[in-house]
Ligand binder design. Structure first.
Ligand code: AMP
Ligand code: ZN
Length: 470
């Protein structure tokens, strides 16, 4: 298959041509949400841009299988294995069980995704479904000497790897060790960068979800779940792994460490990371400032599509600052765009040459490190082009397979007429003409008033009776 897609690979720090392991087929894994609260629109920026990547690959003709985990255990408040379990925190906050919280916020997450036209992954796997797989991998890592038991927990030994900090340059590595000096250090660890594979000596006596294991009753660390869940569905290699930039370290770094130690060879070739959505004070979070959710945007009168367009207008590798001013501008632009599209009529024959030309342009833009704003520019360009409406409409439908902005199915043209209403009005006009013919002017007036009450105005002109909406 022709290679039409290139994007930035965090692993090689370059924009690379995408070549999957198996011709035409893509194995794509996404770190799913930690379901202890609603997703904020920052989280959803990552999922929107990953959705665009998946749809761009499909648009280019690839057969994509997408797997996503649901983190319902093991993700502590700090990604470095310290702090409280986020799920437990959610359960305490709402006086519910962890599984009730997980169910509620998993459903809420997919409902937000649906509103934002984010396609459901082919496989969705909660971490708590895969405890046996985690235990199996941890046993193998212990056997191979990559893991050790200390203070009753099982840790991954990062000193056993030639290069643990795979994503970072030398100066960044020095910085990371420095940063980790400030972290409340776990004295069981042999090396600062070691991480927990299995907790048995839980700091939380009230840890609700616990399982038997060869090392005692406990629960898995966060990182092991993504390695196991992806291998469960993809085997020992995959093409693309996605997440937000905060996942690069330590989460994805640890995933690579344990996965490659387990399988003994390279695991995933392309790492796709979406930069953060920030608010005016910095990185968006669930605990500080206004907790921005899709529902909140809806309450404020924004169509979720406006937020999707807001994201698509900027590049996924740049930080994006959220503001209501910009949302208002995007809302106005989106409404105008829908109106222009709604005016197009299914008329004329498809101009195949124009259709192919614009499709190529669009794929070139999206295939060039996911240049979504250029994709939207090409959409505006085609609307101004002199091709017929039919070709425009077909192209817009085609682009919307990737942009997913409801461009042709959304809002109706204000001037468009519901065929049912039209039939009704025409029947009334005919009835009134008959009444007039029979000199029954009272009935004719009655019909005119009846229509007026329904917001329809009749005009007697030389060309006959015309009607319009009031
Ligand atoms: P979490 O539910 O915390 O596991 O995060 C879900 C996804 O959202 C992960 O891929 C994170 O990297 C990503 N993420 C977290 N905060 C932001 C943000 N402010 N902007 C964009 N993505 C984010
Ligand atoms: Zn993950």
């Amino acid at each position: 298959m022709e290679n039409r897609i290139k994007f930035y690979n965090t692993l090689t720090r370059t924009v690379e041509n995408f070549i999957p392991n198996e011709d035409g087929k893509v194995k794509m894994y996404t770190c799913g949400p930690t379901v202890y609260h609603f997703a904020h629109i920052g989280n959803l920026r990552s999922y929107i841009m990953e959705d665009v990547l998946e749809k761009t690959l499909r648009y280019a003709g690839y057969d994509v299988k997408r797997v996503m985990n649901i983190t319902d255990v093991g993700h502590l408040s700090s990604d470095a294995d310290t702090g409280e379990d986020k799920m437990l925190k959610g359960a305490k906050r709402e006086h519910k069980t962890v599984m009730e919280i997980a169910k509620f916020y998993t459903d809420a997450f997919f409902s937000d995704c649906e509103k934002l036209n984010i396609k459901r992954p082919d496989v969705i796997e909660p971490a708590t479904n895969c405890i046996d797989e985690f235990i199996h991998m941890i046993e193998a890592l212990l056997e191979k000497g990559y893991a050790y038991i200390a203070g009753d927990n099982v840790y991954f030994d990062t000193s056993k790897l030639k290069d643990y900090y795979v994503f970072s340059s030398q100066s960044e590595k020095e910085l990371m060790v420095g940063v980790r000096d400030d972290v409340d250090e776990d004295t069981n660890k042999k090396n600062k960068s070691d991480f927990v594979l299995w907790f048995t000596k839980s700091k939380f006596d009230n840890q609700e979800l616990k399982w038997d294991s060869p090392w005692g009753v406990g629960y898995p660390g966060w990182h092991i779940e993504c390695s196991c869940i992806s291998m469960k569905h993809f085997g020992d290699s995959m093409d693309i792994h996605c997440g937000g930039v905060d996942n690069i370290f330590p989460h994805h770094t640890n995933e690579i460490a344990q996965s490659e130690a387990y399988i003994g060879h390279k695991w995933c070739n392309y790492w796709f990371h979406v930069h953060h959505l920030n608010d005016k004070t910095g990185k968006m979070s669930k605990s500080k400032g206004e907790f921005l959710t899709v529902s909140l945007l809806e309450e404020k009168g924004y169509d979720p599509m406006v937020y999707r367009m807001f994201c698509l207008q900027s590049h996924y590798r740049k930080p994006l600052e959220f503001s209501y001013e910009v949302m208002d501008n995007v809302q106005a632009a989106y409404e105008k765009l829908l109106k222009s599209v709604a005016k197009l009529k299914e008329e004329g024959d498809l101009d195949q040459a124009k259709f192919d030309l614009y499709k190529e342009k669009f794929l070139d833009a999206l295939g060039n490190d996911l240049n979504t704003s250029m994709g939207i520019t090409i959409l505006y360009e085609l609307l101004k082009d002199d091709m017929n409406d039919k070709t425009k409409l077909e192209l817009i439908k085609s682009f919307d397979e990737v942009l997913s902005l409801n461009l042709t199915g959304g809002q109706k043209d204000e001037n468009s007429v519901d065929p049912e209403l039209e039939n009704y009005v025409l029947a009334k006009i005919a009835e009134r003409a008959n009444a007039k013919k029979e000199k029954n002017f009272a009935k004719a007036d009655e019909i005119r008033n009846e229509l007026l009450e329904k917001g329809i105005i009749l005009e007697d002109t030389r060309e006959g009776v015309k009607w319009k909406k009031a």
